[in-house]
Design a binder for this molecule. Structure first.
Ligand code: AMP
Ligand code: MG
Length: 354
């Protein structure tokens, strides 16, 4: 019998926020506890690293290095920090000169560009000017002025980001562009943190960037990671997700959730999300929660945000396109108690399982 990699749990009690949460497992009876958990604040959220290793000391050292890597990435990717590499790049917009960027910034910009193209612009890191207007609206509780939205729209568009792979240079074509990696950076940070743990010899690990998860190899004991997806009260769907995940290879798996209603603002009786439709510069008014399971945290994070924009009625053709390039992909919408799951591509059977 092969061990389950991920077990999706029914939401029993306790968690009030929608999203994915790792559920603490119990070690098998009589076994020494090898489970160690570490937490640190980064990127405006709490990151958790969960590892299974006989040595607490080794686990703590590895987790420390992983947190350092997350911090290093935040210093590059943050749009809150005016001296981050990303902010400096945004300030170069409209100046006509291409800017050489670090490998870490290049990798995320390149993948963001690909995802923007495949999702028809539903995911677009140039939404920064609109995100800023909606961030202000959460304080003023007033809709952004139409002329400001119009100005923001003129600066948005992934085709305005020109990448030169040979020189690793980036040209932002229009003045006052503002790049925002808020929908993808946490996923990549989780991937990179897990890579550090792997390099330190720890393979059974989970990194949680505030609800965006990356899973390494499952814990010893055969139960697998227990991941809870809020709202999945329908047992039939839960079982379908479990059997979808059952055959996953023990390689990194990203699980990300978007559309958290708690990060939204109500104005004149209408709720606007912190996720913006790049085509209109407006905060989303549909509030479906969507979870994406994909081969990396970066893809899961970005695609969950993209699927939020597309919504449960329009996402499928885009998801089908994505499934052709990814090793596996699942999209799970939860909206007003209704669940819409798409297992667009099952993972290849695990060669190790009998
Ligand atoms: P997430 O919670 O992963 O869905 O990311 C949401 C964050 O990504 C927002 O707070 C914005 O900073 C940014 N964002 C909003 N809308 C988009 C979009 N359509 N494409 C890319 N990033 C976005
Ligand atoms: Mg995201």
């Amino acid at each position: 019998m092969h061990s389950r990699f991920v077990r999706v749990l029914l939401l029993v009690t306790g968690f009030s926020t929608p999203g994915c949460q790792e559920f603490p497992g119990t070690p098998p009876a009589g076994a020494p506890s090898s489970r160690h958990e570490f937490r640190q604040e980064h990127m405006g959220t709490e990151f958790r690293i969960l590892v299974h290793d006989p040595s607490r000391e080794r686990a703590a050292k590895a987790a420390g290095l992983a947190f350092e890597r997350i911090e290093e990435l935040d210093a590059i990717y943050s749009d809150y920090r005016s001296e981050s590499e990303l902010s400096r790049l945004s300030r170069s917009s409209g100046g006509g000169a291409a800017v050489k960027v670090s490998e870490d910034l290049w990798q995320i910009l390149e993948r963001a560009g690909e995802i923007a193209r495949t999702t028809g612009g539903a995911f677009d890191i140039t939404v920064g000017p609109a995100v800023l207007l909606w961030r202000q609206a959460t304080y003023t509780r007033r809709l952004p002025e139409p002329r400001k939205l119009e100005r923001a729209r003129a600066r948005i568009g992934h085709e305005k980001v020109r990448l030169d792979p040979d020189r690793r240079e980036v040209l932002l074509e229009v003045r006052a562009m503002r790049l925002d990696l808020g929908a993808i950076a946490k996923g990549r940070a989780c991937d990179e943190a897990l890579a550090v743990l792997f390099r330190e010899g720890i393979r059974s690990a989970l990194v949680d960037g505030g609800g965006d998860l990356v899973l390494g190899e499952p814990p010893p004991g055969g139960e697998g990671w227990q991941v809870e997806i809020a709202g999945l009260e329908d047992s039939e769907d839960r079982e379908r997700i479990e059997s979808f995940l059952e055959e996953l290879r023990p390689a990194p798996v990203g699980v990300a959730t978007s559309g958290n209603a708690s990060r939204s603002v109500e104005i004149d009786g209408k709720r606007y999300s912190h996720i913006v439709d790049p085509r209109t510069a407006l905060g989303l008014t549909h509030q479906a929660q969507v979870t994406v399971i994909a081969p990396s945290g970066m893809d899961a994070d970005a695609l969950a945000s993209a699927m939020s924009v597309l919504g449960p009625r329009d996402y499928e053709p885009v998801a089908r396109r994505l499934a052709t390039e990814l090793d596996f992909l699942a999209v799970i919408f939860v909206e007003d108690g209704r669940i819409e799951t798409s297992f667009l591509k099952p993972p290849a059977p695990n060669p190790k399982s009998p």
